[in-house]
Design a protein around this ligand. Sequence first.
Ligand SMILES: [Zn+2]
Length: 302
Amino acid sequence: MPSIRCSALACALLVAAPPSLAAGAEPVLPPSQAYQTRDSWRQPVPPFRIAERTWYIGTAGLSALLVKTEAGAVLIDGGMPQAADMLLRRMADLGVAPGELKLILHSHAHADHAGPLAAVQRATGARLLSNAESAVLLARGGSNDLHFGDGMLYPVPRVDRLLMDGEVVELGGMRFTVHFTPAHTPGSMSWTWEDNSTDETRTGQRGGKPLRIAYVDSVSAPGYELIENPRYPRIVDDYRRGFAAVRALPCDLLLTPHPDASGWAPADPAASHPSPMTCDAYAERAERALDAQIEKQREARR
Ligand SMILES: [Zn+2]
């Protein structure tokens, strides 16, 4: 360890564990060599229950959901490539053996959500479901992305089935409906299913009521060129269609690939869902942000 000169107080602060490690939490997963991401995206947090059959097993800043059914489990999204072993440990902790993971569903084919799907698929034999638009991006491991080029690559998973908009996927009596919500990527998918609320959750709900869960994909446009984009001429039309689809979803409880985007705080065991949001509000906020981004890009061209 390098020697550091410091006052008694500063030294005490230097050696103190960061808050996330204070209660025996797991260390942050290693950064990627190829691209930088926030530590929170790689910070493991204890899994927690969202509804009777639905669990959060992601990190502080990236969602991964596990739904347990009578006929095996379903994983929805995985986070960064480095999260694969953590996801397998979480499943084991929740009583799901590798061979019991039957299906993998996902939101969009970027490295921060689809990163570990290949490794999880290899370890479990689960079938990965996607749509045509996302499957080709998954098959390229994220390369030649419309907006990011080759900036965020990840191991290539095998897509076992292509879904059409509105199709229902069934496992053990649970029914998952896919909704195409083109926005953040042209192949973006949102998922809805019905579960039951339980008193055990940290979401402040009372138990025993049917709960329509909506896992809605990202609707942001981080740095995207929205006007006369030669790679994606109808990008804004797609966003509008995506927003309309999001507004129409059955949505008692909204979850998103970036949990903070819908008011979740997975790292806080006392209040994991401090500011619940409706699907309508999620779409509304994103549409206002998109309009502002378009206006700014128009201004810059004048
Ligand atoms: Zn993304």
